[in-house]
Design a protein. Structure first.
Length: 123
């Protein structure tokens, strides 16, 4: 019954064994001498200008979250676009179109809300 999953399990098992082997090999073969330079901050080959532990503005996180939300929209749009022709041959094109239209409408309302709240303003 599960014979069709054996190749996938074999690939995952091989990948896990390879990762484990490489990590263990680097642990045993790699240098372990602790020097002062290893604890020094390294930034593009030059000494850092200021302390690296500075605070980031919340705006960066807001932009990242908004990007992730609208990036996930693309993840949902792709399978819909691929399967739309199949569903249209089965007579379900109108239902699929309305579903995606509602999905895009909800995302559009979310975009307008974010825009009105000023989350896209950088000032």
């Amino acid at each position: 019954m599960y014979e069709q999953y054996y190749p996938i399990a074999l690939v995952f098992g091989f990948a896990g064994a390879l990762v484990t082997f490489i990590v263990l090999l680097s642990t045993f073969v790699g240098p372990t001498k602790v020097t002062r330079g290893k604890y020094k901050t390294f930034e593009c080959g030059s000494d850092p200008v200021h302390d690296v532990r500075q605070r980031f503005s919340v705006k960066f996180y807001v932009v990242a979250i908004i990007f992730i939300l609208f990036d996930i929209e693309t993840v949902f749009l792709y399978p819909w676009a691929v399967l739309y022709k199949e569903f249209s041959m089965a007579g379900l094109a109108a239902m699929m179109f309305v579903e995606m239209l509602l999905f895009l409408l909800v995302l559009g309302v979310g975009l307008v809300y974010v825009w009105k709240r000023g989350a896209l303003e950088w000032d």
